[in-house]
Design a protein around this ligand. Structure first.
Ligand code: IVH
Length: 674
């Protein structure tokens, strides 16, 4: 068949692009596009090559990505290190089993090793007589780089296998990666030092392994999980992959505890679903699952082609990084007047949700990214973390990029903007700025504050825009008829809202303090203040010295509290709220000693908490005397589980430990702080 010139041209371009990205990804550890985009290019090329019979041996579809850099000594893999075929649908995995059954001429159920597909860097470790001899990268699958000195800095990789009769030679293959906590710690440190932020754990791990000085590698807390054996001599190995893993683990090699042996593809699908559900709570990043034939003899019978074995398949999960375009930047005014740049993005499906806007935090962040309107950007959303622009893709950005400028006046009220600390800017108008007013009312009504059911963000905006409320005190003067006159509000909802407002009047001192929205006074500090003073009058009267005696309160927070209560308008507001019927039970303060009702109890937090940041929940528990542990054991008294809770929840259930959800947890905190 004559191949149209257009197709030939596209194939040439795809190959050139893939080679360019291959080099960035595998050799220079600085990919410019996310994996999902790379995969799309590769899939398109494969499709055209198949359809028009254009496959050639050197094509990117025919080989494993990397190419060894000359900085390290090159090593040749006696057995090539292959890549994996991938599917991203359940049907794709079903078809995989059908193909295997056909090839084997046997339609009975097969046994598989189901494994997390850890997102890191593939390595080969060679042990001679049980001693680590050489560590190497995969490179292009045949030639890799000798990274022995770097590999030896990784604590979980044994320098000597713990076995009396070690095989004469064994090659262990696996993935070196950086865990989520290690990555977050590194970035926290980088942020403090003002140095470059790392984009994702995989690139950071790859970069660390490529250091010429192993001391640099050692600074990154790398880990490894083994997933196969390459060459081996001098000793027979078990004939099932699962048994090999147990053997390797008994020799002190790190094997992923989340690997499972399952029979039949249905059970593998269930494994993939379970793994996906646990993705956020795993301590390491994964980009999917790997399903492998468990029986080595069957593996051999199925064999491999140029790039991939026929006995294994990767099941890809939704990508956590995608490219999209920055359409615009808007500036939002927060409750305390802070002006935050917010990116408007072309909607993109990433990390399981559609993202169309995300905070840019401050002007320094924009500068650090070198961001302009019209840029193509990489958006990353890993787990329950807020989506983040991590990088600008220069080669794909528009020519006429537009600079992002801080507005000259507050976008909500036109007042002057002033600098607030090192990196922030704020509107100078205070509570007369409608944006600040709206935000402070939203905060006041929110669940962790006064908890006025039905008074959500949209309704607050409507009420302020209609001139029905101007301050939080006005909420308590609202009448049913007035509310019922609002667009989209029936008389029943109006009645319900009035009832909810009425109900919210009976609150606690700590909720009330938090609702006031004093700068840097979160739920934990509010609680400390309430427990320490027991009474609002005492807090109003407390001087900085007294305030600093409260746990967790330092000079800065103390000065924010003083500034708030020195403002006559705020005092008048508190009075009118109390006159309007807001009240709370009296707290009896045990002179000196804060109440510690949870002393001796151990709590574990897992999953996503939606109303309260995890740090805050932890601080509150600590303030009440509890211990907060990172893992569940028989000594745990209670597990607080939010959505996405995984192995900790399973373990708690297995040990019959009390589990509560976030709502129950908030009620508990509330009850204990009274
Ligand atoms: S098996 C012959 N198992 O994924 C099969 N690979 O896309 C070779 N990976 O190069 C790979 N976790 O870097 C295998 N449990 C696992 C894995 C895994 C992560 C990586 C590995 C490989 C790449 C293929």
């Amino acid at each position: 068949m004559a191949v149209p010139d257009k197709i030939k041209q596209e194939v040439r371009e795809l190959r050139a692009q893939l080679e360019y990205h291959n080099r960035l990804y595998h050799s220079l550890d600085s990919p410019e596009i996310p994996d999902a985009d790379y995969d799309a290019l590769l899939t398109r090329l494969g499709l055209l090559e198949d359809k028009f019979d254009l496959a050639i041996p050197g094509s990117p579809t025919q080989r494993v990505g990397g190419e060894a850099l000359s900085l390290f000594t090159q090593v040749t893999h006696t057995m090539p290190m292959l890549s994996l075929d991938k599917v991203s649908s359940e049907k794709g995995l079903g078809d995989f089993e059908l193909r295997l059954q056909k090839k084997l001429g046997d339609d009975s159920q097969l046994q598989y090793s189901c494994e997390p597909k850890v997102d890191g860097v593939a390595v080969s470790l060679l042990y001679r007589d049980g001693v680590l001899l050489r560590g190497a990268t995969r490179g292009d699958g045949v030639t890799g780089e000798d990274i022995t000195r770097n590999v030896k800095t990784i604590p979980s990789i044994p320098l000597q296998l713990e076995v009396a009769a070690a095989p004469a030679l064994i090659e262990i293959r696996g993935e070196i990666f950086l865990g989520k906590k290690g990555f977050a710690d590194l970035n926290r440190r980088a942020g403090k030092k003002g140095s470059k932020i790392f984009v994702n754990p995989r690139n950071t791990a790859a970069g660390a392994l490529r250091q010429l000085d192993p001391r640099h590698t050692a600074r990154v807390p790398l880990q490894m999980y083994c997933y196969s054996v390459g060459v081996f001599e001098g000793r027979a190995l078990p004939d099932q992959l699962g048994e090999i893993f147990s053997l390797l683990a008994s020799w002190g090699l790190p094997v992923n505890p989340d690997i499972n042996t399952r029979t039949g593809i249905e059970a593998c699908l269930a494994y993939c679903r379970e793994l996906l559900a646990r993705r956020n709570s795993l301590e390491y990043e994964i980009d999917g699952a790997v399903i492998k034939i468990n029986d080595l003899d069957t593996q051999r019978r199925l064999g491999s082609n140029a790039r991939t074995p026929r006995w294994a398949m990767a099941f890809k999960f939704p990508a956590e990084e995608k490219t999209t375009r920055l359409l615009d930047v808007e500036f939002q005014v927060g409750r305390t007047g802070t002006i935050t740049p917010v990116a408007r993005l072309e909607p993109v499906f990433v990390g399981g949700v559609t993202v169309s806007n995300t905070t840019l935090h401050n002007m320094d962040e924009i500068e650090r990214l070198g961001l302009r309107i019209g840029d193509t950007v990489i958006v990353r959303r890993a787990g329950d973390v807020i989506p983040k622009i991590v990088k600008v893709v220069r080669s794909r950005s528009k020519k006429n990029r537009k600079e992002i400028r801080l507005p000259e006046a507050c976008p909500a009220c036109g007042s002057a903007i002033e600098k607030d600390g090192e990196v922030l800017y704020k509107c100078s108008a205070g509570i007369i700025c409608p944006a600040q007013r709206k935000e402070s009312i939203k905060h006041f009504a929110s669940r962790t504050a006064m908890d006025i059911e039905g008074l959500g963000d949209k309704l607050v905006e409507q009420l302020v825009d209609e001139g029905m409320i101007g301050t939080v005190a006005d909420i308590f003067a609202l009448a049913t008829e007035q509310l019922a006159s609002l667009e989209r509000m029936g008389s029943k909802s109006a009645k319900n809202l009035i009832a909810a407002i009425d109900k919210s009047k009976q609150t606690t001192l700590s909720r009330f303090l938090f609702a006031l929205g004093i700068r840097e006074v979160g739920t934990a500090t509010s609680q400390q203040l309430a427990m320490h003073y027991g009474d609002i009058a005492q807090i109003v009267a407390a001087d900085a010295e007294s305030l600093e005696r409260v746990p967790d309160i330092g000079p800065i927070v103390a000065s924010h509290i003083r500034t708030f209560f020195e403002n006559q308008e705020n005092l008048a507001l508190i009075k009118s709220l109390q006159d309007g019927g807001v009240r709370w039970p009296k707290i009896v303060v045990d002179a000196g000693a804060p109440a510690r009702p949870l002393l001796g109890k151990t709590y574990v937090l897992t999953g996503t908490l939606q109303q309260m940041p995890r740090d805050e929940a932890k601080r509150q528990l600590l303030a009440l005397g509890a211990k907060v542990a990172g893992s569940v054991s028989k000594n745990t008294d209670c597990v607080v589980a939010g959505p996405g809770a995984g192995s900790k929840l399973v373990k708690a259930e297995a040990l019959a430990i009390k589990v509560i959800d976030e709502g129950e947890f908030l009620s508990l905190l509330d009850a204990l702080s009274q």
